[in-house]
Design a protein around this ligand. Structure first.
Ligand SMILES: Nc1ncnc2c1ncn2[C@@H]1O[C@H](COP(=O)(O)OP(=O)(O)OP(=O)(O)O)[C@@H](O)[C@H]1O
Ligand SMILES: [Mg+2]
Length: 345
C-alpha cells in the first residue's frame, strides 16, 4: 500500500514556502528547494567519497571514465554516487563521513567532504540569510549519541555558506512532509541507513521523539556476518529488491529475519514509550503511522509492519499505516515544509 500524502506536493502554504530543506543522512544527503512556480526540486547524492592518488595516470583514467573529481592536496577526490560506482569497479570500499546518524568524529576529512557535496546540492542562498532547515536525529535509546556536537557543526557550516540554519528532528520532518491531511498529527518514522527515527506528533508539536541505532547498515552488517559474505554484497542483494513477506532462498531469508527484527524492535519501543511516558498526547481519533526512509522501500515492508503491529498489540488505535510517496525524499521535503510553517525542533 503506498498511500502517503505529501504536503510539499499538495501545495500546502506554497506561497509561504521560503528557504530550503536539507536531509543530512548517513547514507544520502538530500536537498529540497522551492521553484518560483511553487513546485519542489529535490536533489539526492550518496554521502560517500573516495580518494585516489593524484598522479597523471589516475587523472587521465578519471577523465577517460568521465568521473568528476576535485583536487585536495595531493589527492583526487571523487564524491557521491560516482565514488560508489568507482569503488565497485576497483574492488575498494568508499569512505563514509557519517555513522549511525552522526558525523564520524575520528575522520578529519568527513566534514570538508560533506561540505563539498552539500555545496553542490544546495548552491548559494537566493539571498543572504535565507532559511535552511536541516534534519538531525533524535536522542538514541540504545546508544550514547552526541547530537549537540553534530548539530553545531552543521549549523556552523550552513551559516558560513550564507544561510540561517535551523535544526529539525528527522521524524518530525516526516510528519511535516506526509501528514498534512491529518493536521500534522500521528507517528512519523524514518527507516534510514544508520538509524530509525520516530516522532509522535500532535498538531505539529512533537510529543515524543527518539531514535534507534539500527537501520539499513545494521541489516547489511548482520547479513554479512551470518552468511559470511562481504558487506557490499549484502547491501547489493537488499537494494536489488527483496520481498520480505515472501523471501526466496537463503540470502533473502537472512535479510528478512533482520528486517522483521528491526520492525519488532521499533514497535516494541514505541509501545513501551506510550505505556511509560507521562504527558503523552490524548489522541481523540485513531492515529496514522507513516513510514519513510530507504530501508522502508523493501517490497511488502508495510505489510510486515502491519502484521507485527497487530501482533504486538499497540496501546493506541491505529488509523492507517502507509509508506511515504517518495521514501528517500520525504525528510528533505519535510524540512522545507517546516521552514514554510516557521516551526523547528
Ligand atoms: N530498494 C531498497 N530496498 C531496501 N533498502 C534500500 C533500498 N534502497 C535503499 N535502501 C537502503 O536505504 C538506506 C538509506 O536510506 P536513507 O537515505 O533514508 O538513509 P539516511 O537518511 O541517509 O540515513 P539515516 O537517516 O539513518 O542517517 C540504506 O541502508 C540503503 O541500503
Ligand atoms: Mg534519514
Amino acid at each position: 500500500m503506498t498511500k502517503g500524502k505529501s504536503a510539499a506536493n499538495s501545495g500546502v502554504a506554497t506561497e509561504r514556502l521560503l528557504g530550503k530543506g536539507l536531509d543530512v543522512g548517513t547514507a544520502n544527503l538530500v536537498a529540497a528547494t522551492q521553484n518560483p512556480d511553487g513546485s519542489i526540486t529535490v536533489k539526492l547524492e550518496r554521502n560517500a567519497f573516495l580518494d585516489v592518488k593524484g598522479d597523471v595516470y589516475s587523472k587521465a583514467m578519471l577523465t577517460k571514465l568521465k568521473v568528476p573529481y576535485v583536487m585536495r592536496g595531493e589527492s583526487l577526490i571523487v564524491l557521491g554516487e560516482a565514488s560508489f560506482e568507482l569503488a565497485n569497479v576497483f574492488g575498494r570500499e568508499t569512505r563514509r563521513p557519517m555513522k549511525d546518524g552522526l558525523i564520524a568524529p575520528s575522520d578529519a576529512d568527513a566534514l570538508p567532504m560533506i561540505r563539498l557535496i552539500i555545496d553542490q546540492l544546495l548552491g548559494a542562498p537566493s539571498q543572504h540569510g535565507e532559511n535552511c532547515y536541516f534534519s538531525v536525529p533524535a536522542p538514541s535509546i540504545d546508544k550514547d549519541n552526541n547530537i549537540i556536537y553534530h548539530q553545531g557543526l552543521f549549523e556552523g557550516m550552513l551559516r558560513s555558506m550564507g544561510y540561517t540554519a535551523r535544526a529539525i528532528n528527522e521524524g518530525h520532518a516526516v510528519v511535516f512532509s506526509e501528514l498534512a491531511e491529518s493536521d500534522f498529527s500521528g507517528i512519523g518514522i524514518s527507516f534510514g541507513g544508520g538509524m530509525a527515527n520516530i516522532c509522535v506528533c500532535y498538531k505539529t508539536i512533537p510529543a515524543l521523539s527518539f531514535s534507534i541505532s539500527r537501520g539499513g547498515d545494521w541489516i547489511d552488517r548482520n547479513v554479512s556476518d551470518t552468511l559470511g559474505i562481504p558487506r557490499s554484497r549484502a547491501t547489493h542483494l537488499k537494494e536489488r529488491g527483496v520481498d520480505i513477506a515472501n523471501p526466496q532462498g537463503r540470502e533473502e531469508e537472512a535479510i528478512t529475519i533482520f528486517y522483521r527484527n528491526l520492525i519488532q524492535y521499533v514497535l516494541m519501543n514505541i509501545k513501551n514509550r506510550f505505556e511509560t511516558t507521562a504527558n503523552m498526547p490524548q489522541f481523540h481519533a485513531a492515529v496514522p503511522i507513516v513510514c519513510s526512509g530507504g530501508t522502508a522501500m523493501a517490497k511488502n515492508f508495510i505489510k510486515v509492519f502491519q502484521d507485527e503491529c497487530t501482533r504486538i498489540k499497540m496501546p493506541i488505535p491505529i488509523e492507517s499505516i502507509t509508506l511515504a510517496t517518495e521514501p528517500l525524499n520525504s525528510v528533505a521535503k519535510g524540512c522545507l515544509v517546516a521552514a514554510a510553517l516557521g516551526d523547528g525542533a
